[in-house]
Design a protein around this ligand. Structure first.
Ligand SMILES: *Cc1c(COP(=O)(O)O)cnc(C)c1O
Length: 426
């Protein structure tokens, strides 16, 4: 198909993330991708190839078109691409679940596989509410979270996303009213820890769970915080009979420097969600893990089952590639790569702080963030990055990058130059 034909059809019929209908800006057409490069169907700003600074929203940690992951999909494709999971089971899903139990904090023992992060969060919330209902405390059905979070775009996740200035503000009157506390400060402050304790204690009778993104808040504002707050949450939740949910959909699989962000606090949640990098960016899959306490609670109820069962639950292709992606990650010195990228981002992004209009530059693990003192001019910033040969997707007042772990030093320097150019233009 010719590029202009494709774009005309795209604009007329195809919804894009957070986009209007019909579309108002032309997306770039990608013809193929391999390693850390996206190849464009038609050159833009003089570039027919872009270095990927986004890992396709945190997911493509090994880069694109990886021979090991390709082989995992092909091998599974020849056996079966899908069978229903009700009444049937298969090796890829079982091995994946066992692997997830093995690599996540010890008390997490049971795995619910689903198709996307938002659904994994829905399932996490359902598990928590049902646990309390089953053990005779049906009044515990609200959630507490801190501001600045992001947990997905379906209804329950939207209710715990940042309620102000975020993409879901429109629905504030419709969504279930959750308990919000201020966003966590970057560094540890005892007064904030005390606020967390007080609010959890005050609402304990109505709280099913506290849900947070540990260490890094992603799409709600790309904010970082001291892992010590997670310990505070754990202790307060234990003291007041509230479950603790960690949404590791963005932070999981090494992005913040440890395999899971929760590892930095040495605490374990009752329920944990993973997604995004789970399949190395190949296929849509997410998982919700829980402890035996949560599962046992549900089993003791009047309705002793978890009534959730996506059509494509445990999809064999996604399971096989997820397993291969985890093995590939753990077979390499991934932590060294994440550290190297962290150092490269620190060096490369430091000069961006001197640009006018830049409010903050911060780096944590393989995540680099430039915050402006105004909303980014998305079109101008994206164009400037593309001109520099880099793919970035800024939002709100943020230009950020989380490159694939396989990004080499030279490409990383170019990504930093791309961020610099975007910040100067946007
Ligand atoms: C992306 C994300 C989600 C939602 O995942 P989808 O697969 O887009 O539904 C939930 N929580 C966090 C922390 C995320 O980053």
């Amino acid at each position: 198909m010719r590029n202009d034909e494709l774009l005309a059809l795209d604009r007329a019929h195809v919804w894009h993330p957070y986009g209007p209908m019909p579309g108002r800006t032309d997306p770039l057409v990608v013809a193929s991708a391999s390693g850390v490069r996206l190849r464009l169907a038609e050159a833009a700003e003089g570039r027919d190839e872009l270095i990927d600074g986004m890992s396709s929203w945190w997911s493509a940690i090994h880069g694109y078109n990886h021979p090991v992951l390709n082989e995992a999909v092909r091998g599974q494709l020849d056996r079966m691409s899908h069978v229903m999971f009700g009444g049937l089971t298969h090796e890829p899903a079982v091995r994946l679940a066992a692997r997830l139990v093995e690599i996540t904090p010890e008390p997490l023992r049971h795995v619910f596989l689903s198709d996307s992060g938002s659904v994994a969060v829905e399932v996490a919330v359902k598990m928590c509410l049902q646990h309390w209902r089953s053990v005779g405390r049906p009044g515990k059905q609200r959630l507490l979270t801190w501001r600045g979070g992001y947990h997905g775009d379906t209804w329950q996740p939207m209710s715990v996303c940042d309620p102000q200035g975020g993409m879901h503000e429109l629905w504030s009157g419709v969504l279930q009213q959750q308990v919000f506390v201020d966003a966590p400060p970057v560094a540890y402050e005892e007064s904030y820890a005390e606020l967390l304790r007080t609010e959890i204690a005050r609402h304990a009778d109505e709280l099913a769970a506290v849900i947070v993104e540990p260490v890094v808040q992603g799409a709600g504002g790309m904010r970082f915080h001291d892992p010590a707050y997670l310990k505070v949450l754990r202790e307060a939740c234990d003291e007041h009979d509230v479950l603790l949910v960690f949404d590791e959909i963005a932070t999981g699989f090494g992005r913040t420097g440890t395999l899971f962000a929760a590892d930095q606090a040495g605490v374990s949640p009752d329920v944990m969600c993973v997604g995004k990098a789970l399949t190395g960016g190949y296929l849509s899959m997410a998982a919700t893990l829980c402890t035996s306490r949560v599962a046992d609670g549900i089993s003791r109820g009047e309705v002793p089952v978890l009534a959730h069962g996506p059509t494509f639950m445990g999809n064999p292709l996604a399971s096989a590639v997820a397993l291969a992606s985890i093995d590939l990650l753990l077979s390499r010195d991934w932590a060294v790569d994440v550290k190297r990228i962290e150092a490269g981002l620190r060096d490369g992004l430091a000069p961006v702080a001197d640009l006018p209009g830049v409010k903050d530059v911060r780096v944590r693990g393989a995540i680099g963030v430039v915050q402006l003192d105004h909303d980014v001019d998305m079109a101008a910033a994206t164009r400037a990055a593309v001109r520099a040969g880099v793919w970035l997707r800024p939002f709100r007042d943020l230009i950020y990058t989380m490159p694939p772990y396989v990004t080499g030093d030279e490409d990383l320097a170019r990504i930093c130059a791309g961020v610099h150019a975007a910040a100067a233009a946007g």
